[in-house]
Design a protein around this ligand. Structure first.
Ligand code: DO4
Ligand code: MG
Length: 290
């Protein structure tokens, strides 16, 4: 089942039929057994006609988030560990990434408030004070307030490799700025955990030409989702639930950096494709001293 957040409420797509749900988004998704609740919707509701459904799907889709915080896990795939060890060699921080990959405690960091999150079909930003920028496609969990995973979406954990590589203590600046996170296009809800064989694919286009393309599967993750959730919820409460990006498994080569106008397409089996265009924030100014 796919649950979309749209301007008029929520759109549920189940067994090739679509239904509008009127509930408040936070209330709708923050429940135990979300999949059981959604499965009951067709019993009382009338499906949308094909024309109305198509009209909704051609309109803007909002990121599937209400008031939740977005958190992220790091260095959960070998690819991320190796890329970060390489970029931080000069700063002397390479061993941090090596150690955290094997440690019992995972790397978890705050990524975004809901208001800074972008969505499918929208822009994400690169920093003007960063020379090396990449998107990070991440399977993202929606966890309810009780700590139970209720759904999955695609997360774009935009990152400045030059700022993080300069000094690991700059991580919040490399990761948290306006529109540095995107979620979408929908929440995939299932009674069983998402298939570990699900493929994650990243395509980056510049002037309509593919400049980077790669894919792998969720199964290559080092940690279990439960392990990540347990550490995140150990001393934090999330009254309306929380989104957790589970780490990147794809990193473009060191010679690659994003440019304004690039189009980033992230696809995860069962969830769909999220497309973002890269831009600079028109409201910020380059700092003179940099
Ligand atoms: O250690 C820094 C961030 C790691 C990260 O974002 C990732 O592995 O996806
Ligand atoms: Mg990441």
């Amino acid at each position: 089942m796919k649950l979309y957040k749209i301007a008029k409420g929520s759109l549920l797509v189940i067994h090739d039929a679509a239904y509008i749900i009127d509930d408040d988004w936070d209330k709708l998704i923050n429940r135990d057994n979300l999949s059981g609740y959604l499965q009951q919707i067709p019993v009382d509701a009338i499906p949308l006609s094909d024309e109305v459904y198509a009209e909704f799907m051609n309109g803007p889709v909002l990121p599937p988030i209400g008031s939740q915080e977005v958190w992220a896990a790091g260095v959960t795939y070998l690819k991320s560990r190796d890329a970060r060890m390489e970029e931080s060699e000069a700063s002397g921080a390479a061993s941090l990434y090596d150690k955290v990959y094997d440690a019992e405690r995972p790397e978890l960091f705050f990524k975004s408030t809901a208001q800074r999150v972008s969505g499918h079909g929208r822009e994400v930003y690169i920093r003007k004070d960063s020379a090396w920028n990449v998107p990070e496609p991440e399977l993202t969990l929606f966890i309810n307030s009780k700590g139970n995973i209720q759904g999955y979406t695609i997360g774009n954990d935009m990152s400045s490799r030059s700022i993080e590589g300069e000094n690991a203590l700059y991580l919040p600046q490399a990761k948290i700025y306006e529109k540095s996170a995107a979620l979408g296009p929908c929440l995939f809800v299932s009674a069983v955990p998402i298939d570990a064989a699900s493929a994650i694919k990243l395509v980056i286009k510049r002037n309509d030409e593919v400049v980077y393309e790669d894919a792998t599967t969720v199964s290559r993750i080092k940690r279990t989702f439960t392990e990540l959730v347990n550490f995140l919820y150990a001393e934090l409460s999330f009254p309306t639930g929380c989104f957790l990006m589970t780490g990147t498994c794809l990193v473009p080569p060191p010679t690659f950096t994003l440019q304004a106008g690039d189009v980033v397409e992230m696809t995860i089996d069962n969830i769909g494709t999220m497309v973002n265009t890269i831009a600079f924030n028109p409201k910020t100014n380059q700092l003179n001293q940099l």
